[in-house]
Ligand binder design. Sequence first.
Ligand SMILES: Nc1ncnc2c1ncn2[C@@H]1O[C@H](COP(=O)(O)OP(=O)(O)OP(=O)(O)O)[C@@H](O)[C@H]1O
Ligand SMILES: [Mg+2]
Length: 209
Amino acid sequence: MSNGELLINNLSLKFENNIIFKDVNLNCSSGSITIIKGKNGSGKTCLLQCICSVIPKHFAGIVEGEIALENSKTHSPSYFGYLMQDPDKQLCFPFIEEELFFGAENLKRDIDDFNTDYEMLLEMFPVLKQEDIETSELSFGQKKILLFSAMILKNPLIFLLDEPSAGLSEDYRMKFVDLILSLKKKGKILIIAEHETFFDNIGDATIWM
Ligand SMILES: Nc1ncnc2c1ncn2[C@@H]1O[C@H](COP(=O)(O)OP(=O)(O)OP(=O)(O)O)[C@@H](O)[C@H]1O
Ligand SMILES: [Mg+2]
């Protein structure tokens, strides 16, 4: 299933006079997984933030180059899902239920597709059943599970995942791999920043920062 292609041409970022990266080129087709690797501070998070416009919309950086979505048949008002490196910076709501459903409710997804995804997620992650638990009571890994699940329910075309395996136990890492592969199968575009080797063998392409 082809949903479109994300094209990144000569993308460069600097903060004042500090060049973070220069001339990054990337073609991500529907149903592909791209892994971004590089040492601490090499610009992985900044690249994801430029792709979804967090930089320069929320953090003032100087961005040059082109980011285009071509041949998209999707009519979703929201193309991007961005899973931040630190879930505590991303959680918006006090209870699991609101965090899980807010994006999907806002975008008014098809109810049957939503229910299929929701049932799959409940089976994988029983913690999501405790809808009235406060998100502040969750562990670091459970917060990531909640945020990734909320993103899947929201159903964007492009998933930007920043260090998704960090802080997860082995069994949950395997579940994240399964989810990522099922999103690939649905024709999603996945870009994953990860300095561990964990996702290396599921990537279609790797770029080094
Ligand atoms: N808003 C900002 N303003 C100024 N400099 C920033 C900003 N955000 C990031 N930087 C700088 O950009 C560089 C790249 O940071 P980034 O967070 O993208 O690295 P990273 O590759 O994701 O590192 P890590 O593996 O530790 O997550 C760092 O030197 C950082 O200090
Ligand atoms: Mg980072």
